[in-house]
Design a protein around this ligand. Structure first.
Ligand code: FAD
Length: 241
């Protein structure tokens, strides 16, 4: 794991130093989970409470979307935590991280499936009611095909999410399925929002429709929790490549 933060044993606790970029909800969090390298113990997870001496939370960053999720940095300068702040035990950080990522990648795009459905329903209504050249635009095969693609994406995204949730419940969820879910749901959501804008023509470009905001949010989806490239890198390794 690439990681800059360090932790030194200090009496019955640890001293943390380093910085963490990209902390979603950092402006609101009361508690942070920090992973750091401990000499001779390995990567270890720590629970650090907001307000701890030596912990500074950076200002929220200005970003293109996801307005309701703050994004900050975290700076640790000799931040002392007690021994019971260690998650799962010294040197168990990588295992904690991988378990957290498994759940995150499986579920983080679940809300996007609902938004994809809303886009499909709004798109269908628009294709039936918007008239150009004397007939509803949905009577043009190219427009109908776009709506059908929106339908395909929504149905497939929902099926994949349901399969992933079932695997989570019965304890069979593995990294390839979690990566595949994160990859497909984020890419389908991005394509869905772009198609929704195309379907609405120039109106879709107006902020008042809410469509541009959805598109900006969806771009974040192919970046956070590991980019689509990185999901494919993991899947390629799973396939033995
Ligand atoms: C809205 C948002 C919220 C985020 N929240 C968090 C958070 O809460 N916690 C957190 O830890 N991070 C968070 N991130 C960070 C995010 O996980 C990283 O930005 C992302 O993993 C990419 O890392 P990077 O920015 O360092 O890009 P880089 O690693 O520099 O990658 C740049 C480009 O190169 C590609 N690339 C890099 N290495 C490889 C490779 N080996 N094979 C193929 N392609 C490669 C990438 O896919 C990308 O296209 C967030 C990011 C965003 C945008």
């Amino acid at each position: 794991m690439a990681m800059a933060a360090q932790a030194e044993p200090d009496g019955d606790g640890y001293l943390l130093s380093g910085s963490k970029l990209w902390v979603t909800n950092g402006a609101e969090a009361d508690v942070f989970v920090v992973f750091a390298r401990v000499p001779e113990q390995g990567v270890t997870g720590f629970v650090v409470e907001r307000g701890a001496a030596g912990l500074t939370v950076g200002a929220p960053m200005d970003k293109m979307g996801l307005a309701r999720a703050s994004l900050t940095s975290l700076y640790l300068e000799g931040c002392r935590v007690p021994a019971d702040a260690v998650l799962e035990g010294p040197g168990r950080g990588a295992a904690v991280f991988h378990t957290a990522m498994l759940h995150e990648r499986a579920l983080i795009l679940a809300p996007a499936v609902g938004v994809m459905r809303a886009q499909l329903e709004a798109g269908l209504k628009h294709a039936r009611t918007r008239r150009q050249f004397g007939r509803p635009i949905g009577k043009n095969q190219l427009v109908a095909a776009r709506v059908v693609e929106m339908y395909e994406r929504y149905v497939l995204a929902r099926m994949l999410l349901e399969k992933t949730c079932a695997a989570l419940v019965d304890g069979t969820l593995d990294a390839p399925l979690a990566c595949l879910t994160k990859l497909r749901l984020s890419e389908w959501a991005l394509a869905q929002h772009l198609d929704a804008i195309r379907l609405h023509g120039g109106t879709g470009y107006l902020e008042e429709t809410g469509l541009p905001a959805h598109l900006r949010d969806a771009i974040g989806g192919v970046l956070y929790s590991g980019t689509s490239d990185m999901q494919r890198v993991i899947l390629a390794a799973h396939l033995g490549l």
